[in-house]
Design a protein around this ligand. Structure first.
Ligand SMILES: *[C@@H]1O[C@H](CO)[C@@H](O)[C@H](O)[C@H]1NC(C)=O
Ligand SMILES: *[C@@H]1O[C@H](CO)[C@@H](O)[C@H](O)[C@H]1NC(C)=O
Length: 199
């Protein structure tokens, strides 16, 4: 009788183990979470768009600066506040398909007029991804600048990474910047609640 009961207990135990084993992902069941293999790791997304900015049409100086360099193609006086809302196109040709918009502001923060603090919301509808990322960082007017991604909305919720902006063509009234978005979702984003759209 006792032997039968023990056998039944063992069978039950094995069934529970088998059930749990089936339920858990292989890495957890095997008792080891290998780096770069665990759930949520390694979700990355990179793509390139082109920011098209036309002075006095999509971007304006709204507060005049107070000192230093004068207004030129690449410089603005210290303290200048510039506001923009620029289309993002899929190629450097400004008549190519629009896949998003970058809206933001830059404040000139050096006396030589070449650097500023920039913040922007980049809204994208491209290759099946819809949402926005927000960035904040320093701009060097004549060189590539990297902006840390602060976060995102929609398909980019919980995204981190950086956006690199590089001047492509600084001549004329329309200025083109290559914008490379390099997004990364840290492991904990996998477990975070999906935000509902605000009404
Ligand atoms: C993870 O593995 C993939 C493919 O093996 C590799 O391309 C990627 O660079 C790795 N990522 C990290 C963070 O090690
Ligand atoms: C933009 O508008 C301002 C104010 O009207 C003017 O001073 C400036 O020359 C204009 N810039 C260009 C590049 O047209």
């Amino acid at each position: 009788m006792a032997a039968k009961s023990a056998a039944r207990t063992l069978l039950l135990f094995l069934m529970v183990v088998a059930f749990l084993h089936h339920l858990l992902p292989p890495a957890v069941a095997a008792g080891s979470l290998k780096k770069n293999e665990s759930r949520g790791h390694g979700k990355t997304l990179s793509f390139t768009l082109y920011q098209q900015e036309t002075i006095n049409k999509t971007g304006y100086i709204v507060v005049n600066g107070v000192a230093g360099a004068s207004v030129s193609q690449t410089t603005t006086p210290f303290g200048t506040i510039y506001v923009f809302r620029d289309d993002l196109t899929v190629s450097s040709d400004k008549s190519s398909r629009v896949a998003g918009v970058a809206e933001g502001t830059s404040i000139t923060t050096t006396l030589d007029g070449l650097q500023s603090l920039s913040l922007a919301k980049i809204t994208v509808d491209h290759r099946g991804h819809r949402g926005s990322v927000s960035v904040l960082g320093g701009t060097y007017n004549t060189r590539p600048s990297d902006y840390p991604v602060l976060g995102g909305t929609g398909d980019f919720a919980y995204a981190l990474g950086y956006v690199r902006s590089s001047p492509v063509d600084l001549r004329g009234r329309t200025v083109t910047y290559k914008m490379e978005l390099h997004l990364y979702w840290p492991p904990y984003a996998h477990y975070a609640p999906v935000p509902h759209k605000p009404v």
